[in-house]
Each structure stands twice: as C-alpha cells, then as structure tokens.
Design a protein around this ligand. Structure first.
Ligand SMILES: [Zn+2]
Length: 334
C-alpha cells in the first residue's frame, strides 16, 4: 500500500468520507501547490487538514521489495505456516526461545522471526495460519540461504487485519513453498529458485570455514577478539563449513555456494573432521570434482563478480540412473 492509499484509507475509515472525495482533495492540493509537491506530499497535507497525526500513516513494503539491512519497515502479509516454539540454552546458561512464522503476500514470502521474550509474546498472541498481520517496525537480514528474514525486536508491534485481500493460503503455499523450484534450463542468469543437476567441476577458494553464531548460524563479527552476532550479542562462535563450487550442468557452468550442514552433506563429512585435514583444498578437490550432484537453491547476484550464483539450501540423494539418462537425452538434443 502506498502512502497515498494509506491516507485515503485512514480518512475514509475515520471520517466516513467517500474515497473519490478524498482523492479529489489530494488532487486539488496538488494543483494548489502547482507541481511543488509530490502526490504523496499532497496526501500528507490533506491528512493534516483532517487532524490526522502523520505518524499514523504507515505504509507496507511488499515482501518482494525487501532487501537485507532495512530498518523500521512495515509489512502486511498472511501467515502460511506456523513453526513450533524452539527452546535452547544460551552461553550464559539462560533459556532462549525462537518462534518462526512463514508469511506471504501475493508478491513473495519471508520468514518472520522472533527471539526470546518476543518469541514468548508471539506464542501468546496465538497467531494462526491464514491470519493477515500488519507488522510494524521490523528489520531485514539475509539468512544463510540467501533469503531475506524479517527480524522483530521490542519495538515491533503486530495488528490483526480483518481484511484479507491475499490469495488463499493453499495457493500461496503452492506458489512459494511447494513448487517454488524450477528446473534450471540453460545458464543461471536470473533471480529465482532452481533445481540444478550436474557435476562438480571446481572448488573455489582457500578458506572453507567461517565463524558463526552457535544459536542462529549467522556469520558473527569479530570486535577485538570478541565475537558478536547481531541478534544474539556476544557469543562463543563455532567454525562452520563454507563451500564455493562450480557445477557443470552440461549446457553451462554455474557458481554455487553452500553453508554449514548443507555444505557438510555435499562433502559427506562433518566440519570437525574436515578441520583436522591439512591441505583441505586438495582434499576437497579430490573428493568433490567429478561428483554428481542434485541441489535446490536460490539464485542471487554476486555483486563482486557480477554473476548469478546459486545458494544451495537442499542437497538431494540422487537416483543416479534416471538423472544420467535425462542428462544424456538433454545432451543428445542439443
Ligand atoms: Zn545469532
């Protein structure tokens, strides 16, 4: 919803004035200032004439427009999945909590994440699948799968919205959760979710570990020898595996990255075992290059290299025979 639409909605609801009249007033205001203000500015002036506190004018960002690092964002979306409350123990010995919902508007979906006190409060709100929520004052962060998470804190507040103008819940789940992966045809050259089948043809880089938060798995920052997660504060980090590989799909080569347990699954070994290996680059090259692989992930733009790369979030056990036959057919056709 744009600011103009929100102003119209607020005035309409508060003063029971027909929409057309409000729009007319905004247009008049625009004329009055003869091009000196935007339509949005005109709408705000009209709202002020009605005595509406401009702080009440909240706009909602479509989920597809969220990027990492946004603050004080408002979103309006439907809950399509409620995950059970997770309990864990922090380094301090305190109990921690995590509550996650998958929400979607018609444009995209995202994880809505609550930690600790907020997680318990969210649990008490009895948010259910199918409910439409207006969620105010959240921030966004890219998670380890390259997707944008919506993070809440004590400034976040939620309203239930009676109005439901979104697709039905099963259509949203179908669109975003079930069949979101398309088989990659040709080169990886656009954003989206893909299933990729091919052979690992190269292992990039020299470093295969990064320091991560033991609670959420996100990368931590090192400030003078102390590690901080931007959600969980000071933590005792753990070493997590990080793989950058090239996959040859028979009609193109693409770059792919995998983190933590996903990377471990590709190698078939745990981080703790791999840490002990002296020349890990050689070892991984020997183990991985030539390996047949079927993965699912999300394409993102690597801004440094200016190419699309796949962030792998699922590794599948392959039915080698049928996949190979499919590939052979593909090669024969082209
Ligand atoms: Zn964390």
């Amino acid at each position: 919803m744009s600011k103009v639409e929100e102003v119209v909605r607020l005035i309409k609801e508060k003063f029971k004035i027909p929409e057309e009249r409000i729009i007319k007033e905004i247009k008049q205001k625009l004329l009055e200032f003869s091009g000196l203000i935007s339509e949005e500015g005109a709408a705000i002036l009209v709202a002020r004439d009605y005595g509406i506190d401009i702080r009440e004018i909240k706009t909602f960002t479509p989920l597809s427009e969220l990027v990492s690092g946004m603050r004080n964002v408002n979103v309006r979306a439907k809950v399509i999945k409620v995950l059970p409350l997770k309990e864990f123990t922090k380094r301090s010995g305190e109990k921690g909590f995590l509550k996650t919902y998958i929400i979607a508007d018609n444009s995209d979906y995202a994880r809505l994440v609550f930690w600790d006190e907020q997680a318990l409060e969210a649990e008490e709100m009895k948010i259910k699948e199918g409910m439409v929520l207006k969620i105010y004052n959240v921030r966004t962060k890219e998670n380890i799968f390259g997707e944008i998470d919506i993070l809440t804190d004590k400034n976040t507040f939620i309203e239930f919205d009676e109005k439901d103008d979104f697709l039905p819940i099963d259509e949203l789940s179908e669109k975003f959760l079930k069949s979101k992966y398309k088989k990659l045809q040709g080169p990886l050259d656009s954003l989206g979710y893909y299933e990729v089948v091919g052979i690992i043809s190269y292992v990039f880089g020299k470093n295969f570990f990064f320091k991560s938060c033991p609670i959420c798995g996100n990368k931590v920052v090192n400030k003078e020898g102390t590690y901080f997660c931007d959600v969980h504060g000071e933590v005792n980090p753990k070493n997590s595996l990080y793989l950058r590989i090239e996959i040859n799909t028979f009609d193109s080569n693409l770059r792919a990255v995998a983190f933590r347990d996903v990377a471990e699954k590709i190698v078939g070994m745990k981080s703790e075992e791999l840490e002990k290996i002296e020349n890990l680059k050689d070892f991984l090259t020997k183990v991985l290059v030539g390996k047949f692989i079927k993965v699912k992930g999300r394409a993102r733009k690597n801004k440094v290299l200016n190419v699309f790369e796949l962030i792998i979030n699922e590794v599948e056990n392959v039915d080698f025979k049928s996949e190979i036959n499919e590939l052979i057919e593909k090669v024969e056709i082209t």
